[in-house]
Write a protein that binds this ligand. Structure first.
Ligand code: DX5
Ligand code: ZN
Length: 222
């Protein structure tokens, strides 16, 4: 099943609650929650307090993408704030296996995120602790960047790993793509193996006049 996860990075923060409930009412599946620390990435966004404030507004999965270093201290905080899934970049922690276990201990699903130049070999010994693999289609830090085409080959490689793991264990791992996803490239990205699509500017930046009460046209375009 394909899932669409709008990134609130591009939402109108003066009315964030409505931006979340509107996009879910229009048919989106998850809320993608980008956490940036002005250290691991050159931008600063929001933390667990904002996640906790949004939690009562929706039953949709809150998919927390940590772009922070260090990682571990924030994991229990996001668990308490109601995150359903927490993903992090392996270069941002000294102990990838420990951070994955810490996420599971909060009752959350765990994801590993790969920048354009980060090798998939980080997965070699931890596939059994990963519920989602997130490939960045851009360098992390900002919305509205262009999709890097080399990501398509990397998606195909990740899909091979996921399918082999499913054959061995019967366990399904989601393959998520984040950055530069638009209605006009999503089919190509899906053919390369992605099943979970983050889109920020293409959703929140594209609300149409006819969608005064939601994002029906924009979400429908995906
Ligand atoms: C980038 C963030 C993305 C961002 C994507 O570092 O992780 O989630 O919101 O934005 P678009 O869809 O505009 O590329
Ligand atoms: Zn993200």
């Amino acid at each position: 099943m394909f899932l669409l996860a709008p990134s609130i990075l591009s939402a109108d923060f003066t009315r964030l609650g409505a931006e979340v409930t509107d996009v879910i009412a229009s048919g989106a599946d998850w809320i993608h929650f980008d956490v940036m620390d002005n250290h691991y990435v050159p931008n600063l966004t929001v933390g667990p307090m904002v996640c906790a404030a949004l939690r009562p507004l929706t039953e949709a999965t809150i998919d927390v993408h940590l772009m922070v270093k260090p990682v571990d201290r924030l994991i229990p905080e996001f668990g308490k704030a109601g995150a359903n899934l927490i993903s992090f970049h392996p270069e941002a922690t000294d102990h990838v296996d420990r951070s994955l276990s810490l996420i599971r201990e909060q009752g959350c699903q765990a994801g590993l995120v790969f920048n354009p130049a980060t090798p998939l070999s980080y997965l070699d010994y931890v596939m059994d602790k990963v519920d989602l693999i997130l490939l960045m289609g851009v360098n992390p830090g900002f919305g509205g960047q262009a999709f890097i085409p080399a990501t398509l080959g990397k998606l195909r490689e990740a899909r091979v790993r996921i399918d082999a793991h499913a054959r061995e264990t019967g366990r399904t791992i989601r393959l998520q793509i984040d950055g530069g996803v638009k209605p006009d490239n999503i089919a190509t990205i899906a053919r390369a193996g992605a099943d979970t699509f983050v889109a920020g500017s293409a959703i929140y930046g594209a609300r149409r006049a006819e969608d005064a009460h939601g994002y029906d046209t924009v979400v429908g375009a995906f």
